[in-house]
Write a protein that binds this ligand. Structure first.
Ligand code: MGD
Ligand code: MGD
Ligand code: MO
Length: 565
C-alpha cells in the first residue's frame, strides 16, 4: 500500500479479478497463487489455456511454474536486481512507451540513469536467473498490450519490500500498462477484509480513504466530524508496537490476531507480553496468544453477524447473519460500543449500516456506496464510487494516473539483513500452504484439514539433506540465531539448493521462533522471507514411517491446539 500510494496514488489492486482471463501476458512474482489465492489462480489458468503467456518469478518451483512458459528461479531477496535489469532492457531496446512517459509520469531521467548499469549479465550473477530469460521476459512484457503484474509476499515481506514495489511500479510506468483492462499492478490481498480495514483507516498513517494523518485540513475535518481533538503525529506501525511491547506500551487490545504465532522473533515478543500490565484478546477462539491475556472477549464469526467485507479488487460486499453466535459470543462492533460507553463515550450506532454511513460521509471514494445500495444491486460495488449513481470502478487510473503523474522511484539493490554464513548456511523462507490459514487458529479446528496436513515440516533440497544425513520424513531440528524448533524433514524438489522452506501454521513448531524482526524502512513489514538457519538430524524416521501422517511425534493430529486452547 505504501509503495503504490507513492507511485500511483492508490494502494490497491489496479485491475479486477475477472480481467485476468482476458490477459495476454501474466507476470506472477512472489505469489504462490494456486495455494494462497486458488480462485485467482483459476483465472490465470483460464488465461493460459486461451494462449496467454505466463512468467513466474519465484525461488521455489511452486505449482504455478508447471503451467508457466518461463520460470525465473531467482535467489530470495534479489528482486530489485531482476526488475531493474528488466527496466534496463526495456529502455536500452527502445521498448518503452515514450508518449505515456512524457505525458503521465515524472522522474524518468533519474530512473534511466540508475538502471543503466543493471545489465542482465550482471543480474544473472546476483539473482541466478539466466540473462537470456531476463531479456525475453522484459521484451514480452513490454510488447504485449494486455500485460498484467501480480505479486504478494515474496515481494513485500522483505526489509526492502517497498523498494521491490517501486521497482515493479517502474516497469508499469515505462510501458504504460496502466489504466486499461487486463493490465496494471496487482497486489493480491491476504485476509478477507484487510483491504476494507485499510480503507476504513485502520492504519497508523491514514484516516479513512487514505487521507493523511499529517494533513492539517484533513485533521480539522475529522476533528469537526468526530467532535474531539486529534494528533497530527502518525501512530506506531505493528513492527514498532511489538518492539516496545511491555516497555513503552503497557497494554494491548488484540482483536482477530494471534500474534505469538504470526509476529517475527516471537521469543522476544513473549517476554514483552509477560511484562505487560494488561492484555485483552477479542477473538472467535481461544488463541495461542490468549495464554498472555487478562481478559478474553468472545466474538461472533463472519456467519453470525452483519457487515461488509472489501475484497482484493476493492469490491465492498455485504455479509448477512446466517446463524446465532454460540454462548456469550457477540458481534465485534457491539463489544466495542459497550467498551466505549463504559469509558464515557456516547456512541449510539444501531447497526453496522449506521457505522458504515458515518465512514462514507467523510470518505470521497466510498461516498456512493451504502448497505442499501449493495443490497439492491446484489454483487457489491468497487471503489472509487463517489456518488450514488456512479457504477463503481473496475480498473483504476483510466484516463489519468490518480496521483496526477505516475512517479518513477529509482532504487538500488540492498541485501537482506541476514545472509547465509558458515554457522547458518541455509536461507529459510516461510509462508503458507493450501490446507491451513495463517495462525491456523481456525483451520486446526476443522476435521478434514489437519487430516490433509497434520504437522509442521521443513522442505530441503536433496543435496542439502544428503550432506546432513537427512532423509525424507526424519525428525530434524531447525536453528537460527534467535531460536530452534523440531519438525519433519521433507526432501523436496520445490526448493533450490541452499534454501529451506516451512509453513508458519503450526503451534508446536512455530517458524516465527526463527525469523528476524527487522522490518522494511517504510512499512515495518518483517523480513519473513529470508533468515539464516541450519538443520540437524535428530532421529531417523522408522522404516514404516517415511511419509507424513497424523500424530507421528506429538500424539494427536492437529498439533496447533495447545494447552491454552
Ligand atoms: N491456503 C491459504 N491461503 C491464504 C493464506 C493462508 O494462510 N492459507 N493466507 C492469506 C494471506 S494473509 C496472505 S497475505 C496471502 C499470501 O499469499 P502468498 O504471498 O502467495 O503466500 P506465501 O506462502 O507467503 O508465498 C509467497 C511466495 O513468494 C515466494 N518468495 C519467497 N521469497 C521470495 C523472493 O525473495 N522473491 C520472490 N520473487 N518470491 C519469493 C515464495 O516462494 C512463495 O511462492 O495468502 C492468503 N491466502
Ligand atoms: N513466518 C511468517 N509469519 C507471518 C507470515 C509469513 O508469511 N511468514 N505472514 C504474515 C501475514 S501476511 C499475516 S496477514 C499474518 C496473519 O497473522 P494473524 O492475523 O495473527 O493470523 P490469522 O490466523 O489470520 O488470525 C486471525 C485471528 O482472527 C480470529 N477471527 C476470525 N474471525 C474473527 C472475527 O470475526 N472477529 C474476531 N474478533 N476475531 C476473528 C481467528 O480466530 C484468528 O485468531 O501473519 C504474518 N506472519
Ligand atoms: Mo497477510
Amino acid at each position: 500500500m505504501a509503495g503504490l500510494v507513492t507511485t500511483f496514488g492508490a494502494g490497491a489492486m489496479t485491475n479486477s479479478i475477472h480481467e485476468i482471463r482476458e490477459a495476454d501476458f501474466l507476470f506472477v512474482i512472489g505469489s504462490n497463487t494456486s495455494e494462497a489465492h486458488p480462485i485467482i489462480a483459476m483465472e490465470m489458468k483460464r488465461a493460459v489455456r486461451r494462449g496467454a503467456k505466463l512468467v513466474v518469478a519465484d525461488p521455489r518451483s511452486i505449482w504455478m511454474t508447471t503451467i508457466a512458459d518461463r520460470h525465473l528461479p531467482l535467489k530470495p531477496g534479489t528482486d530489485v536486481w531482476l526488475l531493474n535489469a528488466m527496466a534496463q532492457v526495456i529502455i536500452a531496446e527502445g521498448l518503452s512507451d515514450e508518449n505515456f512517459i512524457a505525458q503521465s509520469t515524472e522522474g524518468y531521467e533519474a530512473l534511466a540513469e540508475r538502471v543503466a548499469n543493471y545489465t542482465p549479465e550482471e543480474a544473472e550473477k546476483i539473482t541466478g536467473v539466466a540473462a537470456a530469460d531476463i531479456r525475453a521476459t522484459a521484451r514480452a512484457y513490454a510488447t504485449t498490450r494486455k500485460a498484467g503484474i501480480y505479486y504478494t509476499l515474496g515481494i513485500t515481506e522483505h526489509t526492502h519490500g517497498t523498494d521491490n514495489v517501486y521497482a515493479l511500479s517502474n516497469l508499469v510506468l515505462l510501458t504504460g500498462h496502466l489504466g486499461s483492462r487486463s493490465t496494471g499492478l496487482n497486489p493480491l490481498r491476504g485476509q478477507n477484509n484487510v483491504q476494507g480495514a485499510n480503507d476504513a483507516g485502520a492504519s497508523p498513517i491514514f484516516f479513512p480513504d487514505y487521507q493523511s494523518v499529517g494533513d492539517p485540513e484533513i485533521q480539522a475535518k475529522y476533528e469537526a466530524a468526530w467532535g474531539c481533538s486529534l494528533s497530527s503525529e502518525p501512530g506506531l506501525n505493528l513492527n514498532q508496537m511489538m518492539k516496545v511491547a511491555g516497555s513503552k506500551i503497557r497494554a494491548f487490545f488484540i482483536m482477530g490476531e494471534d500474534i505469538v504465532m504470526s509476529e517475527p522473533n516471537v521469543a522476544v515478543l513473549e517476554e514483552g507480553l509477560n511484562a505487560m500490565d494488561f492484555v485483552v484478546i477479542q477473538d472467535i477462539f481461544l488463541t495461542e496468544t490468549a495464554r498472555f491475556a487478562d481478559v478474553v472477549l468472545p466474538a461472533a464469526c463472519f456467519a453470525e453477524k452483519d457487515g461488509t467485507f472489501t475484497n482484493s479488487e476493492r469490491r465492498v460486499q455485504l455479509v448477512r447473519k446466517a446463524v446465532e453466535p454460540p454462548g456469550e459470543a457477540r458481534a465485534d462492533w457491539r463489544i466495542l460500543i459497550d467498551i466505549a460507553r463504559a469509558s464515557g463515550a456516547d456512541w449510539d450506532y444501531q447497526s453496522p449500516a449506521d457505522i458504515y454511513a458515518e465512514l462514507v460521509h467523510e470518505a470521497p471514494n466510498f461516498a456512493g456506496i451504502s448497505h442499501e445500495r449493495i443490497d439492491s444491486e446484489g454483487i457489491g460495488l468497487q471503489w472509487p464510487c463517489p456518488t450514488s449513481d456512479h457504477p463503481g470502478t473496475k480498473f483504476l487510473h483510466e484516463g489519468g494516473v490518480l496521483r496526477g503523474k505516475g512517479l518513477f522511484q529509482a532504487v538500488d539493490y540492498k541485501p537482506s539483513v541476514e545472509i547465509a554464513d558458515s554457522d547458518y548456511p541455509l536461507v529459510l523462507s516461510t509462508g503458507r500452504t493450501l490446507y491451513h490459514y495463517n495462525a491456523a487458529t481456525q483451520t486446526t479446528r476443522s476435521a478434514g484439514l489437519p487430516e490433509k496436513q497434520p504437522e509442521a515440516f521443513v522442505e530441503l533440497h536433496r543435496k542439502d539433506a544428503g550432506q546432513r544425513g537427512i532423509s525424507d520424513g526424519d525428525l530434524v531440528e531447525v536453528l537460527s540465531r534467535r531460536g530452534s524448533l523440531r519438525c519433519r524433514a521433507q526432501v523436496s524438489r520445490q526448493v533450490r539448493r541452499g534454501c529451506i522452506w516451512m509453513p508458519f501454521h503450526f503451534a508446536d513448531s512455530r517458524a516465527n521462533l526463527l525469523t528476524v524482526d527487522q522490518g522494511d524502512a517504510v512499512t515495518g513489514t518483517a523480513e519473513y522471507k529470508v533468515c539464516a538457519t541450519e538443520v540437524r538430524l535428530l532421529a531417523a524416521a522408522a522404516a514404516d514411517d517415511k511419509t507424513l501422517f497424523p500424530g507421528a511425534f506429538w500424539g494427536e493430529p492437529g498439533g496447533a491446539t495447545s494447552s491454552a486452547t
